[in-house]
Design a protein around this ligand. Structure first.
Ligand code: AMP
Length: 507
């Protein structure tokens, strides 16, 4: 029998058992020895609960080092880790437990009573608890287990995790990620971003999402680096930790907030070698401001639940604002005409499709949906974009966000980047809403920066010189702030719903 593909890589990357894996708030530190030791004990509990290779372990708990150990335990015991957003309600959890049929559900003790009922309804045999400090029934049981647990044999193709997509259209789908998917992507990123055991990663992302768990977590573990493991993004806290870190990974919201601080200086970032951004578009303005303030060009990269990271701006060489860089080693990317799949030449906008060892094998229990999202071995991402002559990829938005007005295509990202340049604009979103005459009408929803006020004309006037008439918003709505999800993505569906009737009665 072979080893355990991903877990063995992590174990082999540990520089020394007493090396710090995680620095915690309050000055505590967790060594690699302690992290792997707890993962062995937790794996013992999972095995005692009858976990068989491939069984799902659904986990909805606050971020803690013990939750990270649980992820490692699950790999080690041969299970498939299934993290759930802590914001999900009982109704949502009901769906996930029914769909994924996990062997175990681990939740916060405050949810235990209702979770037990939900679990029973779906035949989930065990409900265990873990609170924000790692305490609960799982920790109690782990204490009685040995600090050794032979990793269960798992190959590259075996299931390591199921991550449900955020489900902005239709119902959430479970992306099945194999040991090989996760290992190959983490390896490519360690190489692309030059991670070493000397790195200290500032980790303020949630760990129920691919970004915090696999991009940040796996890369740090695979390089034997240390993480400053913060429960969430708190601006004061992050600013205070920057001087101790060498790398930071964040969503654009982190960087948008950091540039509001007067103490963001080259001096503060002296020990930093890399700032990385992803999960949502980083505005070129913020990229520029951040560079002016710190001397660091933020490295923007592009990925998704189904694929991990596909492209990144280079470590050495130009990091081009407004682009997501070049395909990672092993990843092939093409741009196609969405309907036919015909490959398009450089600079043409089309569907981004990707192929590589990072790409998932399919959606859990949805073979037809899976088949429909692949062609010629490429995964159809649903993102529209283009590749320039130097191979840099730009994203112009999700296919479903594309606006068709009077038969003409308007890519929201283009209009948004023009609006971002207007003085006084902090953030904006461009959407299409039903229009009786045009099919869809372009609408810009704009939030002014602190202490500024804006009116419709302030936004409309400067766009007249830079955008073709059909791309100019027919209406500009000024709001205090845009709705965003926990990963910093603007919730365009909410905006489209809110302004659905804006053009009613016109024509
Ligand atoms: P998720 O599966 O939640 O990680 O969402 C993936 C989606 O986020 C992608 O399909 C893109 O639409 C978007 N995304 C991720 N990174 C970027 C980026 N750097 N720029 C623009 N959009 C991004």
């Amino acid at each position: 029998m072979g080893g355990n593909h991903l877990f063995d890589l992590f174990a082999a990357a540990v520089p020394r058992p007493d090396k710090v894996a995680l620095d915690l708030p309050g000055g505590d530190a967790v060594s690699y020895g302690a992290l792997l030791g707890l993962s062995a004990r937790l794996a013992g509990v999972l095995a005692a609960r009858g976990l068989e290779p491939g069984d799902r372990v659904a986990v909805q708990v606050e971020k803690s080092w013990q939750a990270l150990a649980l992820y490692l335990a699950c790999l080690r015991a041969g299970g498939a880790f299934l993290p759930l957003n802590t914001a999900y309600t009982g109704t949502e959890v009901d769906f996930f437990l029914g769909d994924a049929a996990p062997r175990l559900f681990v939740c916060d003790p405050v949810r235990a009573a209702s979770a037990t009922k939900t679990a029973a309804r779906h035949g989930v045999l065990h409900v265990e608890t873990m609170d924000a400090a790692g305490a609960g029934s799982l920790a109690d049981a782990a204490r009685r287990m040995p600090a050794r647990h032979d990793p269960v044999a798992r190959g590259e193709k075996d299931l390591a995790a199921i991550l449900y997509t955020s489900g902005t259209t239709g119902r959430s789908k479970g992306a099945m990620l194999s040991h090989g998917n996760l290992a190959s992507n983490a390896r490519a990123l360690v190489e692309a971003w030059r991670f070493t055991p000397d790195d200290v990663l500032l980790h303020a992302l949630p760990i129920f999402h691919i970004h915090g768990l696999f991009v940040a977590g796996n890369v740090a573990l695979l390089s034997g680096a240390s993480m400053i493991f913060l429960p969430k993004f708190d601006l004061d806290r992050v600013m205070a930790e920057v001087p101790r870190a060498t790398v930071m990974m964040g969503v654009p919201t982190f960087y948008n907030r950091m540039i509001t601080r007067g103490d963001l200086t080259p001096e503060l970032c002296k020990g930093m070698r890399l700032f990385i951004s992803g999960s949502a578009p980083l505005s070129a303005e913020v990229h520029k401001d951040f560079a002016a303030r710190t001397g660091h060009a933020i490295c923007e990269r592009y990925g998704m639940t189904e694929t991990g990271i596909n492209t990144s701006n280079p470590y050495e060489g130009e990091r081009r604002a407004g682009t997501v860089g070049l395909p990672l080693s092993g990843v092939t990317l093409r741009i196609t005409e969405p309907a036919s799949g015909r490959p398009l030449p450089d600079r043409d906008i089309g569907m981004i499709e990707v192929k590589g060892p990072n790409v998932f094998s399919g959606y859990w229990r949805m073979p037809e949906k899976t088949a429909a999202e692949f062609r010629d071995g490429y995964f159809i991402t649903g993102d529209m974009g283009m590749v320039d002559a130097r191979g840099y990829v730009s994203i112009v938005g999700r296919e479903k966000d594309l606006i068709i007005t009077g038969g003409l295509n308007v890519y929201p990202a283009e209009v948004e980047s023009r609006i971002d340049e207007i003085p006084g604009v902090a953030e904006c979103a461009v959407i299409g809403v039903p229009h009786p005459d045009m099919g869809e009408g372009v609408v810009a929803v704009v939030a002014p920066g602190n202490g500024t006020s804006l009116c419709e004309a302030d936004v409309v006037a400067p766009l007249e010189a830079v955008l073709a008439r059909f791309k100019q918003p027919k209406r500009v709505i000024v709001v205090d702030a845009l709705p965003r999800n926990t990963m910093g993505k603007i919730e365009k569906t909410k905006l489209r719903d809110a302004y659905r009737d804006l053009f009613q009665g016109q024509g």
